[in-house]
Design a protein around this ligand. Structure first.
Ligand code: SAH
Length: 243
């Protein structure tokens, strides 16, 4: 089964964009996933082909019309999760990405202007997703981020590296630091333990560094990690699900 992505956007020319090169691009060429960009404007009904209108109650900007966006969404076939990129959405996590990557694909709605008419979310089953606490000019970059994160997890896309158990967030921790040749650079050496050939010692060092780095850089992740390990059984289960 290939991962089928459909993006609804006012700017279909932004796709595949960066997803057309490197790992994702090669996988796209190999048919490991598919990408369709649907132009929301094709579903406008008036002669000006308008997709937006002024906000009810006044104020700056324009709002995407529910009727036009819903018509675009309803035209898309296939039973797949529908995600709308919104800054107020649930922050995207590696766990959600892994879940999506294991499914049939995703339909991704990209906002513009002030965003969508709220009634869209009442009338359709749509999951709102945010890529972080900052505001983009449109949902397209968010959709690219979401799809990139999914595609690299698809079977055969990354080879052995994609098992990714060590990777940041997969275990609830950040990843340990990496080094490569030259062994000495600007007077700085690769840590001795990594050159020791002692796999148990290397694993212990990496685990320790992952823990220290997470505690110092991301106390929020660390709290959750520690809480989950020593906490309630339900917490432990949730942690398993995330991994
Ligand atoms: N008025 C909105 C911002 C609209 S930004 C507000 O204040 O919340 C225009 C579009 O960019 C949004 O509809 C959404 O699709 C996209 N966007 C902006 N920031 C985003 C984020 N952090 N995550 C996901 N999508 C975002």
């Amino acid at each position: 089964m290939t991962f089928a992505a459909t993006v609804l956007t006012l700017y279909p020319a932004m796709f595949p964009g960066p997803l057309g090169v490197s790992l994702a691009g090669r996988a796209l060429g190999e048919g490991r996933w598919s990408l369709d960009a649907v132009n929301i404007r094709d579903f406008a009904t008036d002669r000006h082909r308008s997709v937006d209108d002024t906000p009810a109650g006044g104020g700056a900007g324009m709002v995407l019309r529910a009727d036009v966006v819903a018509a675009a969404l309803d035209s898309v076939g296939g039973r797949r999760p529908v995600l709308a990129m919104t800054p107020r959405g649930r922050p995207l996590t590696q766990a959600r990405v892994r879940d999506l990557a294991g499914g049939p694909g995703a339909i991704v709605l990209c906002g513009r202007f002030e965003g969508f008419d709220e009634r869209l979310f009442d009338a359709r089953a749509i999951e709102e997703a945010s890529i972080g606490d900052y505001v983009l000019s449109g949902g397209e970059m968010g959709a690219l981020v979401l799809l990139d994160a999914c595609v690299r997890l698809l079977p055969g896309v990354m080879g052995a590296a994609s098992s990714g158990v060590d990777e940041s967030f997969e275990s609830g921790l950040l990843e340990y630091p990496h080094y490569t040749r030259p062994q000495m650079w600007e007077g700085r050496e690769i840590p001795q333990v990594l050159r020791s050939g002692d796999h148990a010692k290397i694993a212990a060092w990496r685990k320790h560094r992952a823990e220290v780095d997470t505690r110092l850089r991301r106390p929020d992740l660390w709290e959750r990690h520690v809480g989950v390990r020593v906490g309630s059984p339900s917490g432990a289960r949730r942690h398993e699900d995330d991994a």
